[in-house]
Design a protein around this ligand. Structure first.
Ligand SMILES: C[S@@+](CC[C@H](N)C(=O)[O-])C[C@H]1O[C@@H](n2cnc3c(N)ncnc32)[C@H](O)[C@@H]1O
Length: 370
């Protein structure tokens, strides 16, 4: 089924000066669908899409690097895919995008079809945790826009698949000072900063926006070199801990629950304030207790602070990161699909990989922290 290309994004048969028929879609059709989605004031809020400014930025990036092979994690209802589709109509490239939510997938499919992008965009209705480790080939550009607390793991999985000179973009790194989402991306930003193969800038936050629409901040990382088997999280030492090792002293480590939150996906997060200086063993013990008590939880993240001020400023990216990480003692993280539970211990930059243990006994569940 052919489409007539016209105007921007179209190609013309050599020497004929008139539009040619192609199966790849037409920029005007794509823009019409984008305008319809942006024209619905509830759409962005309800489905968590990129702002128009961020979408244009994605489209521009594709053009600037001449990207032909692009990957997106988190298609949502397809708005960002439509913008990238616009860029790819010009470069003749393809987008692979992943979405696991049935309703969003249905909407994305309809929007992409209406825009005539079915040949340009390969929409995969799968879980990124299944797809990313099995990816083949290399990508010129990757856009990460799914669960924020998982972003660092998406980076682990896609980094080897990004070509030298390619770019990785991550959305929602800075929602503004009062947003509780920022602290979830700090680990990601910290890893980017320390990475010898990546040059990173933050773009497209509110002050960058030309149309007065609030953007959500984009981290743009350029894979400028390749150091052999470059580790994704350099400078971090890895250690493995068997499950159920029973670092019981963690139980006695006094702490206050400063915040307990559940995000849009049902992922549970805690921020804890430790009430005294503590040893690494005690911190590991406390993390272990949280892992055990939330064994059924889909995703769990626990931030352990030694200063209330650091907690208060956790979402303020303008405060110095050194001060934040000085008081963030550790962060523990569990994802049902990750092979290990993880404790990121910031005092000696160690990532402890904790073997997933058996379900706790019922006694323990009854004591669960609420
Ligand atoms: C912020 S929305 C994406 C918005 C979209 N990029 C846009 O601007 O239109 C995040 C999406 O990621 C999806 N998602 C989250 N975790 C996922 C996973 N593990 N695999 C696939 N999709 C996932 C969610 O269902 C949600 O639709």
């Amino acid at each position: 089924m052919g489409r007539l290309l016209a105007g921007e994004g179209g190609s013309r048969a050599r020497g004929e000066g008139r539009p040619v028929t192609t199966t790849r879609g037409c920029a005007a059709d794509v823009r019409r669908v984008i305008d319809r989605l942006l024209g619905d004031p509830e759409h962005r809020q309800k489905w968590g899409t990129v702002a128009g400014e961020d979408g244009r930025f994605l489209e521009m990036c594709i053009g600037m690097i001449g990207a032909k092979n692009v990957l997106e994690v988190g298609a949502g209802t397809g708005l960002s895919s439509l913008y990238m589709g616009l860029g790819l109509l010009k470069t003749g490239g393809k987008l692979t995008t992943i979405e696991f939510d049935a309703e969003r997938l249905r909407r994305a499919k309809a929007n992409l079809e209406e825009a005539g992008l079915s040949q340009t965009v390969d929409l995969m209705g799968k879980d990124a945790w299944d797809v990313l480790p099995r990816l083949q080939g290399t990508f010129d550009m990757v856009f990460l826009d799914a669960v924020k607390i998982d972003a660092i793991h998406y980076l682990d999985m896609i980094f080897p698949r990004v070509r030298r000179g390619g770019v990785i973009l991550a959305h929602d790194v800075n929602w503004g000072h009062d947003n509780t989402e920022n602290c979830k991306m700090r680990d990601y930003l910290d890893a980017l900063k320390a990475h010898p193969c990546l040059e990173t800038v933050l773009v497209s936050d509110e002050s960058f926006n030309l149309q007065g629409i609030t953007g959500a901040g984009m981290a743009l990382s350029h894979k400028s070199c390749v150091h052999g088997e470059c580790p994704v999280r350099p400078g971090r030492k890895l250690a493995r801990l068997p499950a159920g090792r029973g670092f019981a002293p963690g139980d006695q480590l006094g702490h206050i629950v400063l915040e307990k939150h559940v995000d849009d996906y049902g992922n549970l997060g805690y921020c804890l304030l430790l009430d005294r200086s503590c040893t690494k063993q005690e911190v590991i013990g406390l993390c272990e207790q949280y892992f055990l008590r939330h064994h059924q939880q889909s995703t769990l993240s626990v931030h352990l602070y030694t200063s209330r001020e650091a907690f208060d400023r956790r979402n303020d990216l303008s405060s110095p990161p050194e001060r934040y990480f000085e008081h963030l003692v550790a962060q523990c993280y569990r994802h049902p699909r990750a092979p290990y539970d993880e404790i990121r211990y910031y005092r000696d930059s160690q990532i402890l990989l904790f073997e997933k243990g058996p379900a706790p006994d019922p006694e323990m569940k009854r004591e669960a922290v609420s």
